[in-house]
Design a protein around this ligand. Structure first.
Ligand code: NAP
Length: 307
């Protein structure tokens, strides 16, 4: 069976990754797009999800690529209409929303996929394997990028529920919670919030693994020049560096792997197999750490930022 999918929110990530990946992957085809200000090519176009659900009764699945603040109502509507749902990351603006969606998908017997694209970066599986057999001593995360380059013209990202620097930072946390084979908890956090924005531009997180290893993360959106998406692990007397957002692996100073980004095609393969089983894959661990940072972090005002 080929999944007939409709996509909601034809913005940057939908164009950069979803459309080319759907095109590439067997088992799924795009039949419709719902977007208020954009049109998909070669598919039926609708203004919004309500119109798309009414116009496409044969559609099997809905892919939600809007900002997180509006994803919950759309996901609920699609699940209640009996559709399988693919959620862009973060899967919602709050933990309680995502938990409600998981329960609803279970009741309705449809697939719910909370996608975490960074977990599909080329070197993540090998890093997970390396860590599995070693006692972790220390983890240090540096996620520094230029918000003006990656998120131009996206006011929602600076608004409450838009996550600010946690929008990229949650990608690091999604890798962390994938490769560490024990719970990670948040100890403290500092969030730097520009005085003209609702969401942080910088964050420092202190965490720990259940067995007591220190995990530190620095997220910063003010980096110009070379960008940094690194996770360094010291374990069992050896060192591991996951760089390029998880696509490059260095062990004890020697590069083991550097591969191109194939995260979205891998996610679509996963979605096709989940739908075949009507299974749910919706891990909230990265979102919980972000929520904990907002709950117990110190919120420090910083100078206004103009994008
Ligand atoms: P974007 O370029 O702003 O696109 C989102 C689209 O959603 C908009 O073009 C808009 O299309 C639609 N939309 C529906 N309701 C909206 C609302 N209330 N406010 C704003 N837009 C609304 O954002 P994006 O970069 O694609 O990011 C979307 C999601 O993908 C986010 O959760 C983000 O974390 C995730 N993501 C982004 C990237 C990336 O590199 N950009 C990478 C991975 C994941 P219409 O106006 O036509 O309806």
């Amino acid at each position: 069976m080929t999944i007939r999918a409709g996509l909601v929110g034809l913005g940057k990530i939908a164009r950069d990754q979803h459309l080319p990946s759907i095109e590439k992957i067997d088992g799924i085809e795009l039949v419709a797009v719902a977007s208020r200000n954009a049109q998909g090519q070669g598919v039926k176009n609708y203004h919004d999800l309500t119109a798309m659900l009414a116009g496409e009764p044969e559609m099997d699945a809905v892919i939600l690529c809007q900002p997180p603040q509006v994803r919950y109502q759309a996901a609920r509507q699609a699940i209640l209409a009996g559709k399988h749902v693919f959620l862009e990351k973060p899967p919602g603006a709050t933990v309680s929303e995502v938990e409600a969606l998981i329960a609803l998908a279970r009741t309705q017997g449809v697939t719910l996929y909370a996608s975490w694209h960074s977990r599909y970066a080329a070197a993540v599986a090998q890093a997970k394997q390396w860590i599995a057999s070693r006692p972790i001593e220390r983890i240090a995360i540096q996620w520094r990028e230029d918000v003006r380059h990656w998120h131009p013209g996206q006011p929602w990202i600076w608004e409450a529920g838009g996550f600010g620097v946690f929008d990229p930072g949650i990608n690091a946390l999604s890798i962390l919670t994938e490769i560490v084979p024990e719970p990670v908890t948040l100890l403290s956090a500092t969030l730097e919030v520009p005085e003209n924005k609702d969401a942080p531009i910088g964050a420092d997180l202190k965490m720990a693994t259940a067995s007591g290893a220190s995990v530190e993360a620095v997220f910063d959106w003010r980096q110009t020049g070379p960008q940094t998406w690194d996770i360094a692990v010291e374990a069992g007397g050896g060192s591991l560096l996951l760089s390029h957002g998880g696509n490059m692996l260095t062990l004890d100073g020697e590069v083991q792997m550097k591969a191109p980004d194939e995260e979205y095609p891998a996610m679509y393969r996963r979605f096709v197999s989940l739908v075949a089983e009507r299974a749910i894959d919706a891990d909230t661990a990265p979102l919980r750490l972000v929520a904990d940072a907002f709950l117990c972090g110190r919120h420090c005002p910083t100078t206004a930022f103009e994008d």
